[in-house]
Design a protein around this ligand. Structure first.
Ligand SMILES: [Zn+2]
Length: 316
């Protein structure tokens, strides 16, 4: 078992990451454009071809594999191995029999998990969450992803949605319409998908450095804010305030020892972590001390390692 490997797949909205993992280390990775708007079925042949090439490079065959773990940006049923709900991306995924595909292609069992939950599993087992029994992850990027480990167990819930919908904690009842249909969710107030509209709709947009960018993302916002741009500074500070509020709500809900922050925005961790830590320190219910806010250690590979961990340990 120790020298057996697993296939890990992280189905991101813009990129699909593929990995061969053995004993908690990534042996090989590759990535491809997800073209997620066209569905997942059409991507399976290229995913298979790339994985077969990676196996050959690593000197492995199907008989060296014990399973496949797949991280999905949606709500999944890990028992029936079905995608239950997914937003815009890979819209055909609920109809696909991915377990059948893995079995017929390589003769291996498949393990399915929500992507943020898989990333938390990775950080908990191999990264910043090691040694803790109560860990919450918040990933900041295209959306706001969350997940929780409580008392040494990955929180899934009756309908597999516990912990993963923190991005849809309502923060502003007068706020922006979210892609989930609600109003004022954390990610409608501060995430990449809502950022461009928040910027361009602002009355000072034409005077801002941000109007020189084709796409207003957080990299642009943090860069322009550092240059003193007023709108960028407003968007940056409002976003950090939303994330700090979301972090506060997560701590109230799940009582962790540590909050791990991940996602592309963490390139600006020095600006983001201190105000979030400050907000958590104001929690008067934390009679035992303060939740530590730490960056994820695994950045790009957290979800791959978490998905692989499921397959390795033959867990749900
Ligand atoms: Zn929402």
């Amino acid at each position: 078992m120790e020298n057996k490997a697993v296939i890990a797949i992280d189905l991101g909205g813009t990129r699909i990451k593929l990995g061969l993992v053995r004993a908690g280390s990534v042996l090989l990775t590759d990535r491809m454009a997800s073209q997620s708007g066209q569905g997942l079925q059409t991507r399976l042949p290229q995913i298979k071809a790339t994985l077969d090439r990676m196996l050959e490079t690593a000197g492995l065959s199907a008989s060296d594999l014990v399973g496949m773990g797949v991280a999905v940006p949606g709500i999944v049923d890990p028992i029936l191995k079905r995608v239950l709900s997914i937003n815009d991306k890979y819209s055909d995924a609920p109809q696909l029999d991915l377990a059948g595909w893995a079995r017929e292609t390589w003769g291996i069992p498949l393990y399915l998990e929500n992507d943020t939950r898989a990333a938390l599993l990775g950080e908990w087992q191999y990264g910043s969450g090691q040694g803790y029994d109560n860990v919450v992850l918040m990933t900041l990027g295209t959306g706001v992803g969350t997940s929780a480990v409580i008392e040494g167990r990955l929180l899934r819930g009756k309908h597999f949605q516990a912990g993963i919908l923190g991005g849809h904690f309502v923060q502003n009842t007068q706020g922006n319409r979210c892609n989930c249909g609600a109003v004022g969710c954390a990610e409608a107030e501060a995430s990449t998908w809502s950022l461009g509209q928040r910027a361009t709709a602002h009355k000072t947009y034409a005077q801002s450095l941000l109007c020189r960018y084709d796409t207003v993302d957080f990299e642009a916002v943090f860069r322009c804010a550092a240059q003193g741009d007023a709108l960028a500074t407003t968007l940056r500070d409002e976003s950090i305030d939303v994330w700090a509020t979301c972090a506060y709500n997560l701590v109230q809900a799940y009582d962790p020892e540590v909050l791990v922050l991940g996602g592309g925005v963490m390139a600006s961790r020095d600006v983001i972590i201190p105000p979030i830590q400050h907000r958590l320190n104001q929690n008067t219910w934390a009679t035992w001390g303060n939740v530590a806010v730490v960056p994820g250690l695994l950045t790009d590979s957290a979800a791959l390692l978490g998905a692989a961990h499921l397959a390795y340990n033959r867990e749900l």
